[in-house]
Structure formats: structure tokens, C-alpha cells
Design a binder for this molecule. Sequence first.
Ligand code: C5P
Length: 227
Amino acid sequence: MKKITIAIDGFSSTGKSTIAKELAKKLKYVYVDSGAMYRAVTYFAMENNIISDTFFYKDELIKKLDDIILTFKYNVSLGFAEIYLNNLNVEKEIRTLGVSKLVSKVAEISEVRKKLVEQQKKYGENKGVVMDGRDIGTVVFPNAELKFFMNASASKRAKRRFDELIKRGDQVTFEEILKNVEYRDHIDSTREDSPLIKASDAIEIDNSDLNLEQQFKQVYKIVKKRI
Ligand code: C5P
């Protein structure tokens, strides 16, 4: 079986990471959640009073970028790698609505993107990687052998995200989650640097009416033909 690079892009909360994780497990590939990296930088900025709902000191963040060390460590019991910010596991902290509200503003900054894209490209050097995000098929791995672009209606995506956060015990409303999903879609697809667009050679999957199992079947059938 040959090892390939698989890029999965798409709008917020399309279930990209769930599919990417499953795929990596099945293929024994490395899984990289690139969104977690943008979230971790955002969390760092929040913790260091560089960004909040009311201010954003962009230059300060750019100056501090070298102080941000992001690593992934494989968690055997979970079966995937978790993200560490300066040696601290921040998997839980980066998934809050607070981070979701600010992350797209951080992800617009070219200096941030340059740093993270450089690191992401390294993860793909030996192939055998599944990476999900917004610019994986267009910028990080433009030569990936296989690219998917996931989509679903905003309300379906918001409902999935809402259920996830409620299950974790977060106090959120469906309306604010929907608003956040739409807000991020807008910024992510209209920003100047690496906007979210479907790569011309990406296979589009609309999963509005597919459950996880159906989605995985569809994706895996395509993957099998390419490896
Ligand atoms: O994938 P996730 O929803 O966790 O990503 C959080 C945010 O990080 C996105 O809304 C987007 O602003 C940014 N992002 C990005 N490029 C990527 C991955 C994520 O700009 N490759």
C-alpha cells in the first residue's frame, strides 16, 4: 500500500476532524488538526492579554510568536494526538466558545499563518498524513494526492457543535453557536491570506444528511482506490 497525503478542508464544524481522525486510525497515518494550532495561538493571546472581545494588539502577538511552541503528543487511550502549548496540554481549553469567537481574527494574520504553515508542511514530509483545516489542499499541501472539501448547511453544523459543547458541560445557546459558525465562515472565506476555498482538484462532500458512518464509508471508498 503506498502512503499518500490526504487534505481535508471545509467550513467550520463540518465534522472534518472526526472523519480525519477515523481515517488516520484506519490507515495508521498521522493525524494533524491544523485548526487546533490556530486555536492554541489564540488561547496564548487570550492568556497574555493580547486579545479579548474588546481589544487585539496584533503587533504584540507577532512579536511573541517565537515564544509559542506547539507540539502534538499521541494519546494512546484516545487514539490520536493532542495539542500542547509550551508543554501544557490545552486540548480542552482551546475548544471553548471564547476561543472560537476570536480565532478567525488571529488566523487572518499572515505572520501567524506563515509560522503554522511551515510547521504543518514538516508533518507531511514523509507522507502518510491526514490533515484537516481551511487551506490544506490549497496552501499547505497543494500537491496532496487526495483532497476533500466538506460542507453542510450552517444550521446542521451549528447543531452538531452545540451538542458537542453541551455534552462537555459548557453553557451555550444554539443561537450563539450558529452566529459564531456563520461569522467564522465569513472571515475565513473572505480574508486576504489563504482564504477558505475549495481546491480545484478537491472532492466535495456535503454531509448535511449523512451520519458519521455513512460519511466515513463514502470517504474511505474513495481513499481505498488511491492507495
Ligand atoms: O478547524 P477549527 O474550526 O478548529 O478551526 C478554527 C479556526 O482556525 C477556523 O475558523 C479558522 O479561522 C482557523 N483555521 C485556519 N486555517 C486552518 C485551520 C483553521 O485559518 N488550516
